[in-house]
Every structure is written in C-alpha cells, then in structure tokens.
Design a protein around this ligand. Structure first.
Ligand SMILES: Cc1cc2nc3c(=O)[nH]c(=O)nc-3n(C[C@H](O)[C@H](O)[C@H](O)COP(=O)(O)OP(=O)(O)OC[C@H]3O[C@@H](n4cnc5c(N)ncnc54)[C@H](O)[C@@H]3O)c2cc1C
Length: 331
C-alpha cells in the first residue's frame, strides 16, 4: 500500500530532535542553541545560509556591529552555528510538514526526515511591484524595510508605494529621515486604519499621489527617478526620488505546513511567549511570526527562545515516555 511504503521510507531516515526550516538569522541561531544543548539538530535551507542577509548591503543596527555587510554577518552566523555541530543541508526545499504519532514527518526536495520538534524560521517574501529597474536597484535605492534602510535616506526625497497599514505606517516613520515623503497609491483612498491615515495626511512633509502606479525605476549607480502613471488620466511623468520603499504586501513562507497552525490575517504564525504555535512541538520564530517588527535582533532573540523551549519540550516528552504517564505541559 502507498501509505506503508511512505512510512517505511521515512523510517529509513534518521530521527532528529530538532529540525529547523530555513537558515536565515533565526534558523542559524536556533541551530546554534539546539546543537549546543546536545540535541541532534538539522537545518534545511532551500538556498544558501544567510536568508535575507544575503540581500542586504549594509547593516548598522545589529548590536555590537556598527557596520557589517549582510554577506559577512551571514558567514559569521553560519560558522558560529557549525562550531557547535549543527548539520546544515543547503539547496534543499521543505515541501511538506505533517505531525503524526507525536513526531513530525518532513518531506523535502531531496529526502524525508523525522523529528521530535520543528522550528519554522522560513521568513517571508515581500511582494514586488514587478516593474523594470526594481530588482536592479534593490539595495541601491529600492527597499522593502523602513526601519532597516530609512536612515540611509537622511535629507533625501523618499517615495513610498502602497496604501495599506504597512505603507501608511512606514511612510509616517520615514518622515523623520526624508526631506519630503511622497506616497504613491493606485487607488483614490487608503485601506489603512483611519488613525494612521490622519497622522500621515497632517504631516507637512508628506504629499500623496492618488490613482497612480509606478511604471519603472531608473538611475545610474543608485535610483534617481521613477516613472509614474496616473490610471485615470493616463498621464505619465518622471518623478525625481532617491528612495523607493515598496509596501504592497509580505507573504510568509508557510506553504509546506499541511496542518494549519493559528495565524493572523496576513498568514504570519501566532505563537505564545515560548514561540510555540498551536500545534504541539511546532515552534516558529523570526519574520514568519506574527509580531510588531521584523529585524535581525528580534529574529535571533525569538529563535533563542524557540530552541530552548523546544529543548524543554523534548526533555518533557522523554520523561513522560519513560514513565508512561500522560503528557502535560512542560515546566
Ligand atoms: C533588503 C532588506 C534589508 C534589511 N536590512 C535589515 C537591517 O539593516 N537590519 C535588520 O535588523 N534587519 C534588516 N532586514 C530584515 C532582516 O533581514 C529580517 O528580519 C531577518 O533576516 C529575518 O530572519 P529570518 O531568519 O526570520 O528570515 P529570513 O532571513 O527570511 O530567512 C528565511 C530562510 O528560510 C529559507 N526558506 C524559505 N522557505 C523554505 C523552504 N520551504 N525550505 C527551506 N528553506 C526555506 C529562505 O531561503 C531563507 O534563507 C532587512 C530585510 C531586507 C529584505
């Protein structure tokens, strides 16, 4: 029967204590703590270790590093995690996670695994405008993170694209850096909460460009202008700007979770303060988690909690297996 064939394939794989999905800052930190606690720990990464760090030119807000490139920080984090013996499998994508008989069966593009706990640190992907110049100028004027990159645009003209809560909130935040902040929105009203809209509209540094979309992003070494296009009048014009902040949505990478843990309206996983999701043994941390800010500092902080809480969960599981008692909550 197909079912028993699948089960025997899985049994051929080793059992891990902790399986971590994604080798960004959160995954590498969870891996460090898992392996340092002597747990059999594996990280599965569909690309290369570093996550969004590999797309980040310069980082100036990770405590202890006044300035570090994303690639360098990724290398340091990977080496540090490997020092404690974590296995890192790269270029291998997790395609399914199912909880069965108190453990997890994890299928990837290459193999099947079993694990007592899974920590999901698969991050998310900002939704792109998909216009010419967007990819070419990423990190050279185009950004998807105001807290990360706002300070690089001190005294310059910033253009925010979007009309939801994130766009309006981040536009408000960016007024502390930009000499002027334009907000380009494809409709004639925002979807954002009224209170955020009121703050934005009252700000003298802000100008809203309604019914308008971005056709392309241009410049030389860095962005210096974008082409705007009014959808109602069909008028097109070049709009000078140094920063283009795009907030049209962020899609958390949860597509491989077959059981559905609780999540917020945007699909980010809801956890308690131990980083436990609503599925026992399934933890989440970093950008995939429902939370106020998405930064490296809190991704690694959350991952520390997740790994240590997973360790307590495993200890508790082993204790109840040994004593034959009924499972309760780990202390
Ligand atoms: C352009 C940019 C600049 C930024 N600058 C800063 C900054 O200056 N300071 C700061 O603090 N923060 C910054 N951030 C935010 C910061 O990078 C994130 O908060 C942080 O990387 C989150 O870490 P994470 O491990 O949760 O997720 P990620 O870094 O997104 O890592 C997730 C990993 O999971 C992998 N993955 C996804 N799906 C699967 C799958 N199915 N199977 C296997 N692997 C999978 C991905 O390939 C990725 O490597 C920036 C973000 C961006 C996009």
């Amino acid at each position: 029967m197909p079912q028993s064939r699948a089960a025997s394939e899985i049994e051929m794989e080793e059992m891990y204590d902790m399986l971590i999905i994604g080798a960004g800052p959160a995954g590498l930190t969870a891996g460090l703590y898992g392996s340092r606690s002597n747990l059999k720990t594996v990280i599965i990464e569909k690309g290369l270790p570093g996550g969004e760090l590999l797309n980040t030119e310069a980082i100036e807000d990770y405590t202890g590093f006044e300035h570090v490139t994303g690639v360098e920080l990724a290398r340091l984090m990977e080496n540090h995690a490997r020092k404690f013996g974590v296995e890192i499998k790269t270029l291998e994508e997790v395609t399914s996670v199912v909880r069965r008989d108190g453990a997890f069966e994890v299928t990837t593009s290459e193999a099947k695994y079993k694990a007592l706990t899974v920590i999901v640190t698969a991050g998310g992907t900002p939704i792109k405008l998909a216009v010419p110049g967007e990819d070419a100028y990423a990190g050279r004027g185009v950004s998807y993170c105001a807290v990360c990159d706002g300070a690089f645009f001190n005294g310059q003209v910033i253009t925010v694209v979007g009309g939801g809560d994130a766009a309006v909130e981040e536009a408000n935040y960016l007024t502390r850096f930009g000499s002027k902040v334009f907000v380009v929105h494809r409709r004639d009203q925002f979807r954002a909460q009224k209170i955020l809209q009121d703050q934005l509209i009252k700000n003298p540094k802000v100008e809203i460009i309604w019914d308008t979309v971005v056709d392309d992003i241009k410049g030389n070494a860095e962005v210096d202008r974008i082409t705007l296009h009014n959808r109602k009048t069909d008028k097109k014009w070049e709009h000078p700007t140094q920063g283009v902040f795009i907030f049209i949505g962020f899609k958390p990478n949860t597509y491989f979770l077959e059981d559905h843990p609780e999540h917020d309206i945007s699909g980010h996983l809801i956890t308690n303060d131990r980083m436990e999701t609503s599925i026992p043994g399934l933890f989440a941390s970093g950008d995939i988690r429902s939370q106020l800010v998405r930064q490296i500092t809190n991704a690694v902080g959350d991952a520390t909690v997740a790994a240590l809480a997973a360790e307590k969960y495993i200890t508790h599981l082993r204790h109840i297996q040994a004593s034959g008692t009924t499972p309760g909550s780990p202390a």
